[in-house]
Design a protein around this ligand. Structure first.
Ligand code: ADP
Length: 487
């Protein structure tokens, strides 16, 4: 089976979040089980030609965009693990400082940029005589491609038996644009209806993926159910409910080649479940990294993530004063919305002995926090899967999480589980519940034998790709069946 995984960010080329981790490691996991998987993304400025020798793949592609035509070139390189990485080059769209926009907002031409990306993929496949059995698209930036397979390109030989799978990594980002952008996509006005890509008068690009793909998946079982409800559906719960027979929750796998304290080159010392002495070295290193020194018996709470409402930063802000009165240290690494950055900075200025912050996207520091912290805090309002809590488990850093989405599916509460649990969970999105869970974690930390048992149980958990990659193969087969292909 030949699979092309399309995404706006893919490790090792470009990353802002978990989407890139998943679209980077899934093709490699598929290769390991005999599926010929490749990946494709835009060629951003930050990809770094010196790191990846790029060769042109096929002649330039000519992409119709409304009444115009844009030219692109698909470049090819080794993505590691036997996977070929394809990168769509158009410097006007992608040779920019950021992927999606600046701190002050999205790039105004995002619809055009990603319509170009999707259509360039279609043109490249159609004109270079390639054929993929499965086109696996991810999030709104690639959502037009499944629609193209069923509409503009339905008569192209290259796509006649292509199955399409669309994975929702975060329903909160839908690619909403004014209706005048529709012609840019090439889709006809007959699709601009509530059953198609219209959404309260606007163009909803994500909906193209939800409506036209053969199979839909999302990144945890709980989230697959949550998104069919008004609380988590972001207005698309009806569409998802209608497609529930084709909707599967497949938990993200983790690439333990990158995230494993036994082999991680980015942390101060390596350690295992049997010998945790290296974790102490990592802890001291983390304290020094964040400007603290001396013996620190109190637990270190780590946070890494995008400063957005989704990740629960308003809750963290609200419990700031309370947290400063607790016997804990808090280290936060993140970038994102200015209002949260300012609130966190203020929080740090007022309580320099309790909280230390770094406003950056820094992979090395993210690894150091996973290894050096005692508790990992993730109070998300919603969380499709979440990677950091899974990394935390492997690094023996006990997660405190809200009981939602992938957090619900990966963490077992230590107070509610006869076997002893792996973390602490809270239900309501409110400060009382969060404080309660944090207090329970801090109390458990004081009980060393119990804490060590929780840490070790977490480290034993296995969220590698083996099981999830097989589940993707089975949904690929379902997509092919829907296209009438005999397997
Ligand atoms: P998201 O919703 O952002 O995708 P996930 O938990 O699924 O959340 O994945 C986040 C990924 O991005 C993790 O690999 C995490 O380490 C990384 N990450 C997020 N913010 C930062 C940052 N400021 N610096 C380094 N890595 C970060």
């Amino acid at each position: 089976m030949r699979v092309l995984i399309a995404s706006s960010e893919i490790v090792p080329f470009a990353k802002t979040g978990g989407l890139a981790d998943v679209t980077g490691s899934l093709p490699k996991a598929l290769r390991r089980i005999g599926v010929e998987a490749d990946c494709i993304l835009p060629l951003y400025r930050t990809v770094g030609w010196e790191r990846f020798p790029l060769e042109q793949s096929g002649p330039p592609v000519r992409v119709p965009l409304g009444h115009r035509e844009e030219t692109g070139v698909v470049m090819e390189t080794d993505a590691g693990g036997g996977v070929r990485g394809y990168l769509v080059r158009n410097d006007r769209y992608f040779d920019r400082e950021f992927y999606y926009g600046t701190k002050d907002g999205d790039y105004v031409d995002n619809c055009e940029r990603f319509a170009f990306f999707c259509r360039a993929i279609m043109e490249w496949i159609a004109r270079t005589g390639r054929s993929y059995d499965i086109l696996h698209c991810n999030d709104w930036q690639t959502a037009l491609a499944p629609a193209y397979v069923k509409t503009l390109y339905s008569h192209e030989a290259a796509f006649r038996s292509t199955g399409t799978v669309f994975t929702v990594h975060n329903l909160g980002y839908q690619g909403l644009f004014w209706n005048h952008d529709l012609p840019l996509t090439g889709l006809g006005w007959e699709l601009f209806t509530p059953k198609g890509v219209e959404f309260y008068g606007k163009l909803n690009v994500l909906k193209a993926g939800l409506v036209f793909s053969d199979i839909l998946t999302t990144v945890s079982d709980t989230y697959s159910r949550e998104i069919q409800t008004p609380e988590y559906g972001h207005g698309l719960e009806g569409v998802l409910y209608e497609r529930r027979a084709d909707l599967y929750g497949i938990l993200n796998g983790v690439d333990y080649d990158d995230w494993n304290p036994e082999s991680d080159p980015l942390i101060a010392a390596r350690y295992t479940r049997k010998d945790l002495s290296g974790k102490k070295v990592c802890r001291d290193d983390l304290l020094a990294e964040f400007g603290w020194a001396g013996p620190m018996p109190e637990p270190i709470i780590g946070v890494v993530g995008r400063f957005t409402a989704q990740k629960g930063f308003d809750l963290i802000e609200q419990i700031g004063e309370w947290l400063a009165t607790q016997d804990v240290r808090v280290v936060i690494l993140g970038t994102g919305e200015r209002k949260y950055e300012e609130a966190m900075a203020e929080f740090g200025r007022r309580n320099p002995d309790r909280i230390s912050l770094r406003f950056a996207f820094d992979n090395r520091l993210a690894h150091k926090i996973e290894a050096g912290a005692d508790i990992y805090l993730m109070p998300s309002r919603y969380e499709p899967c979440g990677m950091n809590q899974i990394y935390s488990l492997k690094y023996g850093t006990v997660p405190v999480v809200r009981n939602t989405g992938g957090l619900a599916d990966t963490v077992v509460d230590a107070d509610g589980d006869p076997a002893g649990g792996t973390g602490f969970k809270f239900n309501g999105y409110d400060t009382g519940d969060l404080k309660d869970a944090l207090s329970r974690a801090v109390a458990a930390y004081a009980d060393k034998p119990r804490w060590e048992a929780i840490v070790k149980r977490g480290m034993e958990m296995d969220f590698s790709w083996d099981a999830s990659a097989k589940r993707y193969v089975s949904v690929y087969e379902k997509a092919l069946q829907k296209r009438g292909v005999r397997i």
